[in-house]
Design a protein around this ligand. Structure first.
Ligand SMILES: Nc1ncnc2c1ncn2[C@@H]1O[C@H](COP(=O)(O)OP(=O)(O)OP(=O)(O)O)[C@@H](O)[C@H]1O
Length: 216
């Protein structure tokens, strides 16, 4: 999939060009650098002012970021929402089986009957990832899917994503540098521009590291 797009949002301008290959691409960059904006354009949720995205070999796409779930919803409702592409069609019997299968992959099968309001942030996050996977879309755009997860879980989620990425484009935005070696490719955004794109093995983080200061 190739993209060459320009989008203005208030004072911010995205002018991004690149190519996303089969496999897992991690999108990195500072807050406000345009990661979500780019992913929403790739998902077709945001229309660029100019330029285009060429979806070669991509027939279905799903973007999953924060999505609202009523507190009374169950874990199963969350996974089924992804399966039916957020209510675009009714739930069938096979959908429930598929939802259980993907929840199992994320070790979340025991969460399906629980109410969302009783779950921890990380447990909810695993269900949201299962929802994205259950869509079985060719292009999966996961915006900050690792945000509530502990290091071990981040690695496990990346392993699952890699395992399902054959014949698919999986794009994951993240602030966690520890998972970059789990991606096939890294796409770095800075100030609305793609400043690096290539195999993760060749990526040398160029972003400034956090300064914690020396005072106690
Ligand atoms: N609807 C909007 N109107 C005006 N500006 C917007 C709008 N949406 C986003 N922006 C601005 O666009 C810039 C890029 O936002 P975006 O959410 O793409 O960044 P990001 O890299 O995903 O950031 P983060 O890491 O904090 O999630 C930001 O400066 C943001 O304030």
């Amino acid at each position: 999939m190739e993209f060459n797009v320009v989008k203005r949002l208030g004072d911010f301008q995205l002018a991004a060009k690149g190519r996303v290959e089969e496999g897992v691409t991690c999108v990195v960059g500072p807050n406000g650098s345009g990661k979500t904006t780019l992913m929403k354009i790739l998902a077709g949720l945001l229309k660029p002012d100019s330029g285009r995205v060429e979806y070669v070999g991509v027939s279905s796409r799903v973007y999953v970021g924060d999505f609202y779930t009523p507190p009374e919803a169950t874990g199963l409702d969350v996974v089924l929402a992804g399966r039916t592409r957020f209510g675009r069609r009714p739930v069938g019997r096979e959908d429930v089986e598929k939802a259980a299968e993907y929840a199992e992959l994320l070790e979340a099968a025991d969460l399906l009957k629980r109410r969302i309001s009783t779950l921890s942030g990380g447990q909810r996050q695993r269900l949201v990832i299962a929802a994205a996977l259950a869509s079985e879309a060719d292009l999966l755009l996961l915006d900050e899917p690792l945000s509530n997860l502990h290091g071990d879980w981040r690695g496990r989620v990346m392993e699952v994503l890699r395992g399902l990425s054959r014949g698919r484009l999986v794009v994951v935005s993240t602030h966690h540098g520890d998972v970059l070696s789990c991606c096939h490719y890294v796409l770095q955004m800075e100030n609305g521009v793609v400043t690096w794109l290539g195999p993760s093995a060749d990526y040398q983080p160029r972003l400034a590291e956090a300064e914690c200061g020396g005072s106690r």
